[in-house]
Ligand binder design. Structure first.
Ligand SMILES: Nc1ncnc2c1ncn2[C@@H]1O[C@H](COP(=O)(O)OP(=O)(O)OC[C@H]2O[C@@H]([n+]3cccc(C(=O)O)c3)[C@H](O)[C@@H]2O)[C@@H](O)[C@H]1O
Ligand SMILES: Nc1ncnc2c1ncn2[C@@H]1O[C@H](COP(=O)(O)OP(=O)(O)OP(=O)(O)O)[C@@H](O)[C@H]1O
Ligand SMILES: [Mg+2]
Length: 286
């Protein structure tokens, strides 16, 4: 048997299908959220809503899941008095430039409850303490990762307080490039859109009746003070169209392929649990 190419290997590991049936994908991901929740003692899900594509999709699927559970279970008060809930959380760093988009996402999702926590005081305090302790300036880039980890922390605080689970928005186009903060937005209890690429995520949102603006806007991590709204594609040096084509097994330029595969190799540690003496993955070269 011939050895699979790196592209085929990645496609398989990340579970990407070259073609999807949007209704079927919505159904299986909502069902997954419902059955996983039922298999735990948790009373719902928590997720940060940014106004971007991934949290809009993940949030909508979560709300459908809890709504269906509450309809199907004859005594929804059986667990907590209010049935299952989905709590969204707005986590701006001060004032968010695309706050209107985040509000549009919330109107589309119609969460059971929304909470807003301004992460700026906590992030600024962390950065200031770091600088005082080391006597060195923290880069704007690394401060961006503090923002992502602060958002993770708030979501876990809420989940623990309300006896819920934290959702993540990791998907194939993000996983392949390792474009997330380790133990920041990369940390979660369940990742319902895993395996989809960016294009497929758009397709699901379209089927769900999402306002176009929320899936046609340029994806951004929006973490750097000095580069507000920096498009992911600029930071990555490759477009999502190219990443999606790669993940679907399509043909793209050698230059784009090379960027994707180098990123994949470099970020292997992010797609694994902390390395131990029993692991071998770090010795393997694709
Ligand atoms: N080989 C290795 N084995 C095990 N661990 C390794 C390692 N190399 C680095 N590490 C660890 O990983 C750390 C670096 O990883 P990390 O802290 O994630 O930092 P890093 O990958 O440098 O930065 C995160 C990237 O993700 C982007 N991001 C973040 C959040 C959201 C989004 C978005 O799309 O919304 C994008 C962000 O713009 C930035 O480009 C190192 O400080 C080290 O602790
Ligand atoms: N300002 C914010 N408020 C609440 N949650 C946020 C915020 N910024 C980021 N997040 C959380 O971090 C996740 C990762 O951000 P990411 O930019 O990858 O996704 P997105 O904004 O939903 O979609 P897109 O990639 O299209 O911008 C988000 O899905 C969301 O859960
Ligand atoms: Mg974003």
């Amino acid at each position: 048997m011939t050895k699979p190419t790196v592209q085929q290997h990645i496609q398989e590991v990340l579970h990407v299908l070259p073609r999807i049936d949007a209704d079927q994908e919505i159904r299986r991901r909502v069902d997954f959220l419902k059955s996983y929740l039922l298999s735990t003692k948790a009373e719902g899900y928590v997720l940060g809503i940014s106004g971007g594509q991934d949290s809009t999709l993940t949030g909508k699927l979560a709300q459908i899941a809890v709504d269906e559970l509450n309809q199907e279970i004859t005594d929804p008060t059986g667990i907590a008095g209010e049935g299952y809930r989905f709590i969204t959380v707005r986590l701006p760093y001060g004032v968010q430039q695309d706050e209107a988009d985040a509000q549009m996402a919330l109107s589309f999702i119609q969460p059971s409850k929304n909470i807003t926590v301004n992460i700026q005081p906590a992030v600024d305090a962390s950065a200031a303490q770091f600088e005082q302790a080391t006597g060195e300036k923290l880069s704007d880039f690394l401060k961006g990762n503090i923002k992502a980890r602060e958002r993770m922390k708030v979501q876990y605080d809420l989940a623990a307080h309300y006896r819920m689970l934290v959702l993540g928005t990791d998907h194939a186009a993000e996983a392949v490039s390792g474009f997330f903060t380790k133990h920041g937005d990369g940390a979660c209890d369940a990742a319902p859109i895993f395996g989809l690429n960016k294009r497929q995520g758009k397709e699901l949102l379209k089927h769900l009746g999402c306002p176009e603006l929320l899936y046609l806007k340029k994806p951004t991590a929006d973490l750097e003070d000095l580069k507000p709204g920096l498009p992911d594609e600029v930071a990555l040096g490759v477009t999502y169209e190219e990443i999606d084509t790669y993940l679907e097994g399509g043909v793209l330029s050698d230059a784009a392929k090379d960027i994707i595969e180098r990123r994949y190799q470099r970020t292997e540690h992010k797609r694994n649990a902390a390395v131990t003496v029993y692991d071998e993955w770090w010795k393997e070269r694709l």
